[in-house]
Write a protein that binds this ligand. Sequence first.
Ligand SMILES: NC(=O)CCC(=O)C(=O)O
Length: 261
Amino acid sequence: MKIKVALAQFNVQFADPAANRHRIAELTAQAAMVGADVVVFPEMWNTGYALDQLDQLADEDGKATTELFYRLARENQVGIVGGSVAVKENGHFYNRTLVVDPLGQVVGQYDKVHLFRLMNEHRYLAAGDQENYFRLAGASSASFICYDLRFPEWVRTVARHGAAVLYFPAEWPDVRIPQWEMLLKARAIENQAFVVAVNRVGDDPDNHFNGHSLAIDPLGRVIADAGEEDGITYAELDLDQLATVRGPIPVFADRRPELYK
Ligand SMILES: NC(=O)CCC(=O)C(=O)O
């Protein structure tokens, strides 16, 4: 079975949720027109890292994002791994992913578990503590957010349920893009899974972002690299490849969790 994934890398407008929602709608329609099964967006796409303005800008209980994705998924008959958005809930702010199926139903939700101090997340956001494991486009899948990529123990904890596809929405600055690529390849190889990682392009007051959203196969080979431009790059994931990779080297069956402290 093959699934077609749209890596929707775009220039998130700083502190401008309305403009970003408009762009999300355009990109979703564009991806659906060419038959994508799933469209994936970057991290914090509603506000960017306007963390000191979240009181005015964050999505109250995620309602606006849920409604937008419900409409877009149904109109375009496409699954959405919704990057992440700043959400205000019970007096806290979260960096939250919503995943919806083509019927617009929320099939996954995730609050970023590891907050990135270098971009001040720990000062403004509350961390999540739940896994996000879901089925989308017929594939068992899991999602993480950006800095979570540096925690192989967390990715493994979730991936060991058998995920075929691991999604990583991100706002990962250009200065560390060589690490981004290596870490994504490592997560794909060690978990014998496809990795789909979507970064943004453009600038905010503190960082430059140069994209390089990537789709990587379970052997660590890059299937698609979005380069540095704003726009959609497509990747076809051949899920049948998983059996040929996992069969001869059954890393999940060979684990020795009793030794891992
Ligand atoms: N938004 C993030 O979590 C950025 C993570 C990052 O840049 C890193 O190097 O890790």
